[in-house]
Design a protein around this ligand. Structure first.
Ligand code: SF4
Length: 385
């Protein structure tokens, strides 16, 4: 462990105005120093004694230097996110108490770590997950850490991969390109859909570069997470969002409430989007659909949902009709299998030989040959007028 002479001098200089950070307290009055950590306390020290005492608690000194000098930005989303990455108390509690404070529960149920535990963990690397991103915070120099941290980032599915098997990047802007297409080369219109491809790694990033990279993968997630932690995430619920739409989206406020429920279930659950939906039908009228469990919130219906809602608003304006069509029980079950397979995106996984699956391609083609007329329509008769 290495606290530099500069660190000690800077800390001693600051002592006259008082230092209180992450459990370390240093104060100086009329040339007499007082020093405190959760485990130790020194009083009546002269400068030389204080310097020696500080050398004996170097991890507190280098921790102070990293957060106060290297990272800075008190109160910013960037700083809070980097502290979350290493499970530091998010509230920067001056006395190092990890159990109190407005954000002490860490937002995801994990316990914050005090400085000695954190330093032990940072030697091996502290792993966190942010959507499909796996983030590791670690010391630059594991053998002789001076408190400086760096961050590694890769896809959660690659967490156990050999780094030699991954494409390594260091420019945050590369993340934008990596997030554009899924592994089948299809455009990803929703950046928080769980379709991020793997095979890449960012290593040795600075804190600022880590946050920038994460924001290229998942735009605005860090900022909204931070707003939520501070209790000032402004949420735009469905009805107010729908009512302020104009032009071709003007119709979406006509979507019945139960259709909004179906829409949230179709688009916003964790299997479709990793944002945690916080918007509801309207203030005081919550939707039953699962909002998800992810760390970052969704504060308003996104453009993808708005565009889909327009389609559903038009479809829902149609009157329901009664049709008669002939199907065997197995064919009815097969229709359910087909809808389910498409909805869950598993049609590509169904093997051609697996004719037991109702969504098997040959089964679907057979049903079409049997039940469609020459114009390609299901043979059904409307029985109401
Ligand atoms: S509205 Fe739904 S799909 Fe869109 S970002 Fe929010 S949670 Fe995701």
């Amino acid at each position: 462990m290495t606290a530099s002479t500069d660190d000690l001098e800077t800390l001693l200089e600051r002592a006259s105005t008082g230092v209180a950070f992450d459990g370390l307290r240093v104060a100086e009055t009329d040339g007499e120093y007082a020093l405190e950590t959760p485990a130790n306390e020194w009083t009546g020290l002269d400068e030389a004694d204080c310097r020696r005492a500080l050398e004996s608690i170097e991890e507190y000194v280098t921790n102070w230097r990293y957060w106060q000098e290297t990272v800075g930005g008190e109160g910013t989303a960037r700083r809070a996110f980097l502290r979350w990455c290493e499970r530091a108390p998010l509230a920067d509690t001056a006395d190092g108490d990890t159990t109190t404070g407005p954000w002490s529960d860490h937002g995801d149920g994990s316990e914050p770590l005090a400085v000695p535990e954190r330093y032990r963990a940072l030697r091996d690397g502290i792993d966190r997950e942010w959507g499909q991103l796996s983030i590791t915070a670690r010391f630059v120099d594991v053998d002789d850490p001076d408190g400086e941290r760096v961050y590694d980032l890769w896809h959660v599915d690659d967490a156990d991969s050999d780094i030699a098997d991954l494409e390594v990047y260091d420019d945050p802007r590369d993340a934008r390109e990596l997030a554009t297409y899924d592994e089948d080369g299809r455009y990803r219109p929703l950046k928080t859909a769980p379709t991020l491809p793997g095979g890449w790694a960012f290593t040795g990033l600075s804190g600022a570069d880590l946050v920038e990279t994460v924001e290229f993968f998942y735009p605005a997630t860090v900022a909204n997470w931070h707003r939520e932690l501070r209790g000032n995430l402004d949420i735009d619920h469905w009805l107010e969002t729908a009512e302020r739409q104009t032009g071709i989206y003007d119709v979406i406020d006509e979507l019945p409430r139960e259709a909004v429920e179906w829409m949230a279930e179709a688009c916003c659950v964790d299997s479709q989007c990793l944002r945690r939906r916080e918007w509801q039908y309207e203030e005081g009228d919550d939707l039953d659909a699962d909002g998800g469990d992810g760390p970052f919130p969704c504060r308003e219906p996104c453009s993808l949902v708005i565009a889909a809602a327009r389609k559903w608003a038009i479809l829902e304006s149609e009157e329901e009709r009664t049709y008669e069509l002939e199907l065997t029980t197995s064919e009815l079950n097969q229709l359910e299998d087909l809808i389910d397979a498409v909805a869950e995106g598993r049609t590509d996984e169904i093997r051609e030989a697996d004719v037991n699956d109702g969504a098997n391609r040959y089964r679907a083609r057979y049903l079409r040959s049997k039940r469609f007329d020459d114009e390609g329509n299901l043979e059904a008769t409307q029985v109401d007028d």
